[in-house]
Design a binder for this molecule. Structure first.
Ligand SMILES: *Cc1c(COP(=O)(O)O)cnc(C)c1O
Length: 410
């Protein structure tokens, strides 16, 4: 879907809107004959042609228009247009899940003999794609430490097709230097630079402005923001999105109109929610840093973060994830998690409700102890997705759970 197919139909609104936030709120599928104010849900698998000639012209791509919801649908198009505005992107595509988007960002481009350079700290399923699935297709990869600029440069080979990373990483919250990578892209114009921008969201970080080709999101996380639906999105350069359109049309990972309808509404409040996620997370990180039962607090906007200077340069705020180690290893971490009263243990993040997880025994349990340590995951590491409840209640729950789970009481 092309951003120029933007749906805004009311001239008055176009003229008045100078700021992205206003454009996001006002972006809407064309009004139907019913003159509805809020966008309807377009539960339709196909779209009718006015006549046989129009059918021919649309299939011949002489005329634009929707055909079938595997290709495009008014709800998914509205969602995509909003993400394009947020990321300052030329075009985008919506997917049934974040992993469908991540998979397409590779599978839409790679072929036998190609090579991928990727940051080592990756979402678990992305790691499985690179290490289990793509080798079967004759595609190799090199992992690098995202913080090591020279390592990125050294890893690129003549057959490198894609450079891929997440920043901040999960759960170690290490940052890749986006300006450096944008400059590296200029030296290697034929390599596709793709970033999974899910943790930062377009509100905190806009990688395309540094020269990245594609920015990918699991919309399941902050974009939904309330833990309801799965979704994924890729935005970026028009020619690459066109290539991916071919992939999506013929492989079928399209987002459902219902999920797009939910997610599009959620984007209207993304900036407000992110501000609260970030201010709560910073307050929590500062409190935990002073707590005697906690070590190794990681949060990009804490001055103690090894890449604090880079964080304040490339992110608007520190994000909603705080990672820390409770003293006493895995046993204590389990006791701590079980002692939380308000905060729930579930494997999602980016929800309005705070969520705690133990990466070592869940999301990263398939890795070896050594691999985990290289990603900063210790037996006592806990990842907190800080919600938008009142910060005093979040901090209060954590402090009481530390108290209850301490050796003195255990
Ligand atoms: C959750 C997540 C994904 C996968 O998204 P799904 O919507 O669960 O398929 C990919 N990357 C990151 C960084 C994630 O957090």
């Amino acid at each position: 879907m092309n951003k120029s197919d933007s749906f805004i139909t009311i001239e008055r609104e176009i003229i008045q809107m100078k700021k992205d936030q206003s454009k996001i709120i006002r972006e809407q599928a064309p009004r139907s004959a019913s003159r509805e104010h809020s966008v309807p849900l377009y539960l339709t698998s196909s779209f009718i042609f006015d006549n046989a000639e129009q059918g021919r012209a649309i299939f011949a791509e002489e005329e634009s228009g929707m055909v079938y919801s595997r290709y495009a649908n008014p709800n998914t198009a509205e969602f995509i247009n909003k993400v394009c505005i947020m990321e300052d992107a030329e075009a985008g595509l919506a997917f049934s899940s974040g992993m469908a988007a991540v998979f397409a960002s590779f599978a839409g481009f790679i072929g036998q003999g190609d090579h991928i350079v990727s940051a080592r700290a990756l979402f678990g399923s992305t790691h499985q794609l690179l290490t289990q699935l793509f080798p079967r297709w004759g595609v190799t990869h090199t992992y690098v430490d995202a913080v090591d600029n020279e390592a990125w440069e050294r890893a690129i080979q003549p057959n490198t097709k894609i450079v891929f990373l997440e920043s901040p990483s999960n759960p170690g919250l290490e940052l890749a230097d986006l300006a450096f990578l944008g400059a590296l892209k200029e030296k290697h114009p034929h390599v596709i630079f793709a970033i999974d921008n899910c943790f930062a969201t377009p509100y905190l970080q806009k990688p395309l402005q540094y020269g990245f080709d594609l920015s990918i999101h699991s919309a399941t996380k902050y974009m939904d923001g309330q833990g309801r639906v799965l979704g994924g999105v890729i935005v970026g350069k028009q020619d690459l999105i066109d290539q991916l359109m071919f992939f999506i049309r013929h492989t079928g990972p399209a987002m459902s109109p219902f999920n797009a309808w939910v997610l599009s509404k959620s984007l209207d409040t993304l900036s407000l929610r992110m501000e609260r996620h970030c201010s709560n997370a910073l307050a929590l990180a500062e409190t935990l840093e002073r707590h005697p039962e906690i070590t190794d607090v990681k949060y990009p906007f804490l001055p103690s973060h090894p890449q604090y200077d880079l964080a304040i340069k490339q992110m608007k705020a520190g994000g909603g994830i705080v990672t820390f180690e409770v003293k006493g290893g895995a046993t204590r971490a389990f006791r701590f998690l079980d002692a939380l009263r308000m905060i729930l243990y579930t494997s999602n993040l980016g929800d309005a409700r705070s969520i705690a997880t133990h990466p070592g025994s869940t999301t990263h349990s398939k890795l070896s102890e050594e691999e985990r340590l290289s990603l900063g995951i210790k037996p006592g590491s806990v990842r907190l997705s800080v919600g938008i409840e009142d910060k005093d209640d979040i901090i209060g729950d954590i402090v009481q759970a530390l108290e209850v789970s301490s050796d003195k009481n255990g």
